[in-house]
Design a protein around this ligand. Sequence first.
Ligand code: ATP
Ligand code: MG
Length: 329
Amino acid sequence: KKILYSGMQATGTLTLGNYLGALKNWVNLTDEYECIYGVMDLHSLTLRQVPAEFRKNARSLYALYVAAGLDPEKNCIYYQSHVSGHAELSWILGCFTYMGELNRMTQFKDKAAKHADNINAGLYTYPVLMAADILLYQADVVPVGVDQKQHLEITRDIAQRFNAIYGDVFTIPEAYIGKAGAKIMSLQEPEKKMSKSDENPNATIRLLDDKDTVIRKFKRAVTDSGSEIVYREDKPGISNLIDIYGCVTGKTREETEKEFDGKGYGDFKLAVGEAVAAELEPLQKRYGELMADKTYLDSMIKMNDEKAAYYSNKTLRKVQKKVGLTERI
Ligand code: ATP
Ligand code: MG
């Protein structure tokens, strides 16, 4: 089986964007691939975290993975910070990455603009750590949202550069971009993607939002001044809602337009809210059960840390040897 690697940062609670753009699609891939999913907590440190909250979020993210349908007995689901190989490989790969390449990363520019008071080196070298995450497990495919495509490109460049010098050390990963609903936009600024680090609570639907909250947020979603429910470039708000509705119900844009022909924004927003709440309900129930059973989650975490360490050490030892680091005795 081919190896598939992906992960999410443990910053805040997952959004509907993370779910429809990534997590939900991951579940469908678990039979076809050998799947490895990380809770990317080292990446989260690029923004300042409140320790107690951060720890809670990381635990919650693990449970959300499982609640969404990933299987910790079949897939490898683990914490990035529990496997030291990520940091070790990241250092080595950093020495094979050019500042010019990192300077071109749009996510860095966006985040630096947003967090002008904390433009730290970790934020800048984030793509190098991400390259290490993927290459450490010799991943063949990486399902990423459109927002992460540039980081996957740089991962491939680094791997190819390394292989050109040292021979075939790394598998060159391919992007796997899910067909449906690749990019969900903010409910308040529909020209921006929905992001779990967004501070405006009305901009995101959180996976643990209850039904009333979901419906209220959709009712408040920013739309244009028109009244037609049609998918069009000059209607980013409504277009985003049509996409979300489509992801959840399986309806095409045209089918949704027809369904709401002659109806107003209010009716449509309510329908989207109800459809999303219904989609989240079973996931939330399972999540509650998992969080209540400490022993089960703990045992899964322990077992998977070991699995991940095994895979990653194999690559790391090989890399260390290739670059000429002294062998351990
Ligand atoms: P942050 O603001 O902390 O960067 P994020 O919401 O962008 O949070 P990530 O942890 O960076 O989340 O990404 C997790 C996964 O979710 C990635 O595969 C990413 O491509 C996907 N993803 C993130 N936001 C969206 C979105 N709005 N639409 C679709 N997929 C998304
Ligand atoms: Mg992101």
